[in-house]
Design a protein around this ligand. Structure first.
Ligand SMILES: Cc1cc2nc3c(=O)[nH]c(=O)nc-3n(C[C@H](O)[C@H](O)[C@H](O)COP(=O)(O)O)c2cc1C
Length: 375
């Protein structure tokens, strides 16, 4: 099947959005085979005792899916949000960055915390400590392209060693009572796409759900995500499978779900500066209708609340700096002009940042436009 919808073919220019994407990723037509069943015919995915309210999940993104952003995405329709990864070695948890990432208590459930590392026992211990600290789901990172964490192979580098993968999965599942999920890529490189075998290992080990990013580790974030491997993985296992990679519109989400048979889509970069995407996808999947984009008033209110939450979470100094990234994404996806971004990045004070938003949305909201995305 070829995706023909205007939305699927629409170029979604996310250049520089993640700070790690070298070139714009675009949604050009993709060849797909016919879907056998509509996603809405299937029951909603369950992770252990947690039934997700819908099929739209926020992907873990280090430096992005902090508590304020998770909260926002949840409010705007994400059925599950996954924290930034926490390094498995608990000896490193005293750093400010780690401490901030470990705060989950009081967040609405289910709280999914991602751990990263390459040592089975260390990962097991990290899972146990996070469960004690309030995590309700542990997610293991085998998808991140970073080669090493603490001098050990970690993230997607683990996919090259299936024995170690199995040891890690067994150790972590045995360490906690709560469900454990796994996030992988399709393999290390084109020649070694082993996602199907890893998926079977995961199911055998008692992993409760599996997210697959449709790229190999070698691809990093280049090229387009492919969904054939995700469809093949779905055929191999009976645990829920989440399709990840380049889902940036409701139509694309529906097409990917139909094509892969996956139980949910997982969204990363598409949510940066556009947390409304979750409710738009949820609505489209449920009704087949396109939800109106957020009004300029709603964008303004959301950005203000997000800014405030960042200042509160990180404190003034760091909050001002973290806000630059998020506000940059809001502006990039709604393009009021580059000079606005450059100006925001120069601001050093909390009050200056709020004054900036006031100016941006003053009067008839001319600067930001009304729910329009940059092409
Ligand atoms: C800034 C950034 C940070 C990321 N950090 C993580 C991470 O900590 N753990 C992880 O498993 N994946 C991480 N990823 C990968 C995403 O979860 C996701 O698999 C990838 O971005 C593809 O999905 P997308 O096309 O919807 O962005 C990160 C991606 C980005 C852009």
């Amino acid at each position: 099947m070829t995706l023909k919808s205007g939305e699927a073919n629409q170029r979604f220019n996310n250049a520089g959005v993640a700070g790690i994407i070298a070139s714009p990723f675009c949604l050009s037509p993709v060849t797909m085979r016919d879907a056998e069943s509509s996603s809405t015919d299937r029951p909603l995915p369950c992770i252990g005792r947690h039934t997700l309210p819908n099929r739209v999940i926020l992907a873990p993104m280090a430096g992005v899916t902090d508590r304020p952003f998770r909260q926002l995405c949840r409010e705007l329709g994400a059925g599950l949000v996954v924290s930034e990864m926490v390094i498995a070695d608990s000896k490193l948890w005293h750093t400010r960055k780690s401490r901030q990432r470990l705060v989950h208590r009081g967040e609405p459930g289910p709280r999914s915390v991602q751990i990263a590392g390459g040592d089975p026992q260390m990962l097991a211990e990290a899972a146990r400590l996070n469960a004690e600290a309030g995590a309700e789901i542990i997610d293991i990172n085998m998808g991140c392209p970073a080669k090493k964490v603490c001098n050990k192979a970690a993230g997607s580098a683990l996919l090259r060693d299936e024995r170690l993968v199995a040891e890690i999965l067994d150790a972590v599942v045995a360490a906690v009572e709560i469900p454990v999920t796994l996030k992988i890529r399709t393999g290390w490189c084109d020649q070694t796409r082993n996602a199907e075998r890893v998926a079977r290992l995961a199911e055998d080990a008692g992993i409760a759900a599996l997210a697959v990013h449709g790229r190999t580790r070698e691809q990093r974030y280049q090229g387009e995500a492919e969904y054939d491997t995700i469809a093949a993985v779905k055929q191999q296992v009976s645990i829920p499978v989440f399709a990840n990679g380049d889902v940036t519109t409701p139509q694309r989400a529906a097409d990917v779900l139909a094509y892969t048979g996956a139980d949910a889509v997982m969204i990363g970069r598409g949510a940066q500066g556009n947390p409304w995407l979750f409710r738009e996808i949820e609505h489209f999947l449920r009704t087949g209708e396109t939800l109106a984009p957020p009004s300029a008033e709603e964008i303004a209110t959301t950005m203000r609340r997000h800014l405030q939450a960042l200042h509160e979470h990180y404190g003034d100094y760091l909050g001002v700096r973290v806000a630059r990234k998020h506000v940059g994404w809001y502006l990039a996806t709604r393009d009021p002009g580059r000079e606005w971004r450059a100006r925001f990045n120069r601001l050093e004070q909390v009050k200056q940042q709020f004054d900036f938003l006031h100016e941006l949305f003053r009067g008839d909201f001319a600067a930001i436009g009304n729910g329009t995305h940059a092409a």
